[in-house]
Design a protein around this ligand. Sequence first.
Ligand code: HSE
Length: 418
Amino acid sequence: MEAHKSLTIGIFGFGVVGEGLYKVLNQTPSLKARIKKVCIKHPGKKRNAPAELFTTNKEELLFDEEINVIVEVIDDPDAAFQIVSTALRNGKAVVSASKKMIADHLTEILQLQQETGLSFLYEAAACASIPVIRNLEEYYDNDLLHSIKGIINGSTNFILSKMFEDRLDFNQALMLAQQLGFAESNPALDVEGCDAVNKWSILLNHAYGIVEHPDNILFSGIQNIQLSDAMVAREKQVDIKLVAQAKKLKNGKVAAFVLPQFIKHDDPLAFVKYQYNGVVIESGFADKQFFYGKGAGSFPTASAVLSDLSALRYDYKYEYKKLYHHKPNELTNDFYIKVYVSFEEWAYIPKEKFEWIEEWHAEAQRKYLVGVLHVSELMQNNWWKDNKTSLILASDPIIEDFDVIKLKKRSLELAGII
Ligand code: HSE
């Protein structure tokens, strides 16, 4: 597209995001963007827009020569991939918010962009209103990005805030997240951490040039967190958050995961409550930076789609600098982490798998320990998710120096503790 071209848009989907975008576009005439057609699945539903805008025939959008941009904001990742790939092959730029589709098809999507040379933008797919993808893409040279951690799922953060600060129970909190349009249509995707790991897989690409399917990234959600965990957290003066983290280790490889974590009150992420998202980036020279904003909901997500549309007017494309212009980083699962684990029976916990256990509390009905494990133990086995066992990372969980492990074990052995 030439510079500042006017945009003729075909939208797929008129749900929370699609309708939000329709309203937002109507309020921004300066963008010179016209919605020509909206493709929907269920024509019977009442919609707050003129009936002639809608069709159920996707070809009307994908093969319309006047439409030069397809916005894809539907809920079905397989159908979304078909739409996006056909649109790109037909010479149309694409804006999408489908994080699962993008994470599942990252390799094909990269290839399609290379083949067609067209823009495919998806700022709304991670952290909604926060422009984190474009920031990672344009700043933070590979070698300078020490770590990135964030709260990147609004629904789980909303549920944790509602449960532990406003005393709602889990189901009430989840229902509220659904009513407010934050949750996925299958909320298990939020609660079990799938949505967060999909977003993390996308962000790892823009941060470190890592192209990894979410199945290969260690993750869990908030499904097993208990009230007793919140009580322990209060004693320890920390909050519990679902945190996505990546850290460049001394060997140059990247440790990355999405797990519940104890967050100290002076950590910027402690400030992130309800449907808000937050990302903390640590880089050489610049030190720490904190991005904060609404991570879910109709207008916050539509605002990210809008800024992608605006970028299309000057033909903006992701260059995938970390992947194509630098030596891309590799993920590693060769490091140790400090964890808190609460459980019903000792029999459920393979104690021998811990390097050491530094706290154990066996009195109460719900027992807990704090110990150190090699991360491959969590990748290979599921005991930490089964039998209502709850695992939460310590505040500064990564231990990468194996000498520290050896020394600590030796001193505990000498003291007769292990
Ligand atoms: N279900 C998602 C969330 C929506 O709660 O963060 C925004 O991607």
